[in-house]
Design a protein around this ligand. Sequence first.
Ligand SMILES: [Zn+2]
Length: 303
Amino acid sequence: MAEIPFNKEFPHKAGEVVVLTPRIRRLTCPNPSSFTFHGTNTYILGHGKVGIVDPGPPEQAHIDRLREVLAEKGETVSHIIVTHTHRDHSPGVQLMKAWTDAPTYGYGPHGVGARRNWPFAGPEGGDTSFNPDIRLADGEILQGDGWTLEAIFTPGHISNHLCFAVKEDDIVLTGDHLMGWSTSIVSPPDGDMSHYMASLDKMLARGEHTYYPGHGGPITDPKAFVKAFIEHRGEREQQILDCLAHHPHHIPEMVKEIYINTPEHLHKAAGRSVLSHLLHMVEDGRVASPDDPPGPDSLYRLP
Ligand SMILES: [Zn+2]
């Protein structure tokens, strides 16, 4: 497999304010796990009247800490901005509403960008309570006090995902689309591998010098990183084709053969990733299934 230049360093504690650029601060929520790494990153944009990107999960201690950090400097919130509606990114918005009436911004409610209504459910819950006051379209510019954001529509990890370029710093807040510590989960029906691959290409065409993700530390060589991700996905698809060249497979069988070095408790998540690749490959005719539409329990074979 292609070597992805991961950055697994994160020498910071939850609740610690980390200054990243003259206009961006980061506060990490204490919700570490095998899916959230050290926890969700909340970004604070500007000074005085600030923008908040991703308040995180419904974690009262984190929202209290955020309020305290802002109160220490007499700062107020002008914008609450959300990259996507997974439960570790957007539900904190509801808790913030107890002390700020700043408007909320996002692509739209959970499921809004989905291309197909697949007849099966995802294992993970989305945050269906979030509905932004103001919907941001691809390329839209958001102006705050001392900062300018460009919304970059990047569906794939989930259908309503936005990355945000901070124009003054020439960086991108990449949410869960691109993270330095891990590949991104693409789990249907909210996740869509065809969209995800297109959203990787979209980032490759841009010129920013650093990415700050929703979990973990920065990606300081974005082009090489995104290229490695694209290569990694291509190799995964080749592994699937190699499996199917022997005989038709169900997904759990493929996961056992492909994810040899992955601990068993992550096999379920790996199965969702294989499913998203298979749906993408059925769509472009490289793989076939007797089921129409195919799903997590279907048999897959070469056409
Ligand atoms: Zn997510």
